[in-house]
Design a protein around this ligand. Structure first.
Ligand code: G6P
Ligand code: ZN
Length: 545
């Protein structure tokens, strides 16, 4: 079969962000836009000949069309085999697992994560390398460079593959295996968690949970694992049918977007003990107890402190890592357990080297992502199963587990304030003004708080020595409180300013404050120092998590 060579002109905006190339569907549908980017990925790979590629996505609008195009391009590039999730569906952690399990050269995951979908929404393409993790910066830069030089792409002739039917197919000499999207992932979870104990809890009749799949990719995974395999009552999974537009919602598991779940758990007479949700591509998670929200930072700290209760981590963990804006709650656990603790820039890719080198076992971010060395992505359902395993072991409520954690380690009050879709120019002015002030901030007094240090975060990877600069502006106070400013790297419209606030409270008698009240002083300082209202016209944040 002849491979077609199509002449094309490069696009100048195919620079991958925090997590792959994320653009509006409209942009991705421009003639040759997707093809150019996929060719740029293939052009940066060595030794494609005969190797395996994992392919799947979160099922959002344009997923199916993109899958057919990428299959044809993979055949033209010389891959020997593509392993494809049935219906073009694979959650991000499931794809990461498949890459590792089948020793693939890498994987292409089609997702814009928690961004809205549908014809007016977003689409995205991520490439993960042979370790199963997101391509490191050196590679995303190489892909961007390749995208700017592309003159042609290679594609096999049209031959629609029946992606909904399990089986083996052939396309221009390349094998395509359509596999069940859930089986391998379920098998992996069974090696980590005590499924018997979790099943007993879920079938006890005394414990009720709801898992909100937000009409995104985890629906089939949660139905199979929680209801069918573990025996939770039917109806435990809500919004479990994946929809191309996520039912019109934002598939982002937080208090603002998982409204229905929040209402169920926060009802005055709620009978639900445990609530959880995951995002578009299944790597994020939110954990709720009855009328109780667990911040992702606390969640990571609690899991680290209790890891040995779970079979997969029974022999202890090597170390932990958190992204810089994530609260320092995990650091306290690491210090007490004598573990190494690493602070990385925002973005899962920065955990890859630490995981590969065996320096850490658990890692996580404030942005509702936690994971371990079982794959090289954060993993939503894994976090939910981890919590279920703890609840089954401790026979206690989510709230009690977290409160006793605070009693032992102190509480890190924490919140993130997002100012969304501000003008790019305003955001840049604000950041430049902040950077300009940094040298004069140290030693400055704000009420009871004294600035210890103010800087722009630079990370040196302890494994390969690579340096990443400008990863967020930090104002660190003498009492351990912090204010962090960062521009989001995942949005597709304007700029989003994120302000992260953190205050440490060791005194257990003060662990009952309202989070926003506890952080009010820090918020006022943040607004004043960054002149947020003056420079953006925004009096308050749009989303608070
Ligand atoms: C994606 C990445 C995460 C990262 C997050 C940050 O979800 O996978 O690792 O924490 O983006 O998003 P932001 O919008 O703050 O750049
Ligand atoms: Zn995601």
């Amino acid at each position: 079969m002849t491979i077609q060579i199509i002449k094309t002109t490069p696009f100048d905006d195919q620079k991958p962000g925090t997590s792959g190339l994320r653009k509006s569907v409209k942009q991705f549908k421009k003639p040759d836009y997707l093809q150019t980017f996929v060719q740029a990925i293939f052009n940066t790979l060595d030794n494609i000949g005969g190797s395996t590629l994992i392919l799947g996505g979160d099922g959002r609008y344009f997923n199916r069309e993109a899958i057919q195009i990428i299959l044809r391009m993979a055949a033209a590039a010389g891959f020997g085999r593509v392993i494809l999730g049935q219906g073009g569906i694979l959650s991000t952690p499931a794809a990461s697992n498949l890459i590792r399990k089948y020793q693939a050269a890498g994987g292409i995951i089609l997702s814009a994560s928690h961004n809205a979908g549908g014809p007016e929404g977003d689409f995205g393409v991520k490439f993960n390398g042979p370790n199963g993790g997101p391509a490191p910066e050196s590679m995303t830069e190489a892909i961007f460079a390749a995208s700017k030089q592309i003159q042609e792409y290679h594609i096999a002739p049209i031959q629609p593959i029946p992606v909904d039917k399990l089986g083996s197919y052939e396309l221009a000499g390349m094998k395509i295996e359509v596999i069940d999207s859930v089986s391998d992932y379920l098998a992996l979870m069974e090696t980590i968690f005590d499924f018997n104990k979790i099943a007993a809890l879920l079938q006890s009749g005394k414990f009720k949970m709801r898992f909100d799949a937000m009409h995104a990719v985890t629906g089939p995974y949660a139905h199979r694992i929680l209801e069918q395999r573990l025996g939770a009552p039917v109806g435990t999974v809500i919004h479990g049918q994946p929809l191309a537009d996520f039912g019109g919602g934002h598939p982002d598991p937080n208090q603002a977007h998982a409204k229905e779940l929040m209402n169920l758990l926060y009802a005055r007479n709620s009978e639900i003990d445990f609530g959880a949700a995951s995002d578009g591509d299944g790597d994020r998670n939110m954990i709720l107890g009855k009328r109780f929200f667990v911040t992702p930072s606390d969640s990571l700290a609690v899991l680290a402190a209790n890891a040995t209760l779970v079979p997969g981590y029974r022999n202890g963990i090597a170390g932990v890592a958190r992204s810089m804006p994530t609260s320092q709650a995990p650091d306290r656990v690491a210090a007490k357990l004598g573990l190494a603790c690493y602070e990385t820039p925002t973005g899962w890719k920065f955990f890859g080297n630490l995981l590969d080198a065996g320096k850490i076992t658990l890692c996580g971010e404030e942005s509702f992502g936690i994971g371990s060395d079982h794959v090289r992505e954060k993993d939503g359902l894994w976090a939910v199963l981890f919590w279920l395993n703890l609840l089954a072991e401790k026979q206690d409520s989510v709230e009690n587990i977290v409160r006793s954690h605070w009693a032992e380690y102190g509480r890190n009050y924490y919140s993130r304030h997002d100012y969304e879709e501000i003008e790019l120019q305003d955001a840049n002015v604000l950041v430049d003004a902040l950077l300009g002030q940094l040298p004069s901030l140290a030693g400055k007094q704000f009420g009871a708080l004294t600035v210890d240090k103010a800087d722009s975060f630079t990370y040196t990877d302890p494994v390969d020595g690579s340096v990443s600069k400008n990863q967020g502006i930090r104002i660190l106070f003498a009492d351990g409180s912090r204010i962090i400013f960062r521009l989001s790297g995942t949005g597709t419209q304007g700029a989003t300013l994120r302000v992260y606030l953190e205050k440490y409270e060791p005194d257990a008698s003060k662990h009952d404050q309202d989070v926003q009240e506890a952080l009010a002083d820090l918020l006022a300082i943040a607004q004043q120092v960054a002149r947020i209202e003056e420079l953006t016209g925004r009096e308050a944040a749009d989303v608070i998590t």
